[in-house]
Design a protein around this ligand. Structure first.
Ligand code: BMA
Length: 354
């Protein structure tokens, strides 16, 4: 082949492969590249409110402190199922949409969780009194029709997340998290393993049927401390249904406990992820109202580096309950130290990585 013909053929091939890829596949490739560079910082509800402010366009506790936005922003869909105009933490869905799109536009990564209400009792996601709830929404159950509507509302929202060319923005979607605990209605003691997997599949199959090929699915149990493969696999929906392994790990108790449990889990997750060819993340983390002004670099950073998670995402900065950085609290200087490390990635470090 003449060099020019070869070039043309190569170009054609690249175009075909590029167009054949779904937005989810493109994101997966991008994440692999970012992982070579370091560890991304993410934050829940970052652009909506912080320790001392709320709803000021463009503002972010992360940016106020570091001059840069988080690489990953997390948002929640809780409430969308009922047609609410605001999520469970009072953020208008209209704003969630705007900010998710703005973050994607500036080259950031977007992740969504969902804390839906309890479809059987009408209570919130933490209403765990009735252990028939998951069964009731599966096919044949008394609440199945209602839950079909709930899933439809989730999909109706997600399909509106398109860029100016009408392309769906890629999203890391993290439903039914912390299923190994029993505080959510899809939790360990509230439904059987089979019911849990049927729930996962029902939602995933529905979203797929709505053309949502822009979702990477993250399966994220809570800090456990004693995983075995056998136990982990009990609720794991399967390699074909999971793209990213998550781990929700907060320091609720002592530092020693947090380090011990997190090391145990991430040792397991690193191995599991390797065997199953998945990326893995600290999908939620933090130390509530951070009593320790050196926590970021002294306790968390060594763990992040040891396991090289793809990202870590402290939960929201709400007045009464904050988990992320802020210039208005005492660990600000320490977080800045973390920010300055070359391997800690914020928006500017990843926006050009395609
Ligand atoms: C929890 C708390 C709640 C919040 C929920 C969903 O960890 O922060 O206040 O409603 O997450 O964001």
């Amino acid at each position: 082949m003449k060099p020019r013909t070869l070039l043309a053929a190569l170009l054609l091939l690249t175009t075909i492969t590029a167009t054949a890829q779904t937005p989810a596949q493109q994101l997966a490739i991008r994440l692999q590249r970012i992982q070579q560079k370091g560890i991304m910082f993410g934050h829940q509800d970052d652009p909506f409110y912080g320790l001392t402010w709320e709803y000021q366009k463009g503002r972010s506790d992360t940016r106020d402190l570091t001059g840069d936005y988080p690489a990953v922003m997390g948002f929640d869909l809780g409430g969308i199922e009922k047609g609410d105009s605001k999520d469970l933490d009072s953020v208008p869905f209209r704003l969630i949409r705007d900010e998710a799109l703005a973050h994607a536009r500036r080259g950031g990564i977007v992740t969504f969780s969902w804390h839906p209400r309890n479809p059987l009792t009408g209570g919130n996601a933490w209403d765990v009194k009735d252990t028939t709830v998951v069964r009731s929404i599966l096919p044949g159950g008394s609440q199945n029709a209602k839950f079909q509507t709930w899933m439809k509302r989730v999909a109706d929202f997600l399909v509106t997340l398109t860029d100016k060319h009408g392309n769906k923005i890629p999203i890391i979607f993290r439903p039914w998290h912390e299923m190994n605990g029993s505080w959510f209605w899809w939790g360990q003691k509230i439904c059987t393993d089979e019911e849990y997997k049927a729930l996962w599949n029902m939602l995933q199959d529905y979203l797929t049927s709505r053309g949502l090929d822009n979702l990477l699915y993250c399966y994220s149990p809570n800090l456990d401390g004693s995983w075995t493969t056998e136990r982990y696999l009990k609720r794991y929906p399967g390699d074909a249904r999971v793209d990213i392994i998550g781990e929700d790990a907060y320091q609720w108790g002592t530092e020693a406990d947090f380090i011990k449990l997190t090391n145990a889990d991430l040792t397991f997750v690193r191995e599991f992820a390797k065997e199953h060819n998945k990326l893995y993340v600290l999908s939620e983390c933090g130390y509530k109202n951070n009593p320790d002004s050196t926590w970021w670099t002294r306790v968390l950073m060594p763990i992040l580096r040891e396991y090289h998670v793809l990202y870590f995402l402290p939960w929201r900065n709400y007045k009464e309950e904050y988990f992320g950085p802020s210039r208005d609290e005492h660990s600000a200087a320490n977080f800045l130290e973390l920010y300055k490390q070359k391997d800690m990635l914020f928006l500017k470090d990843i926006r050009k990585v395609k």
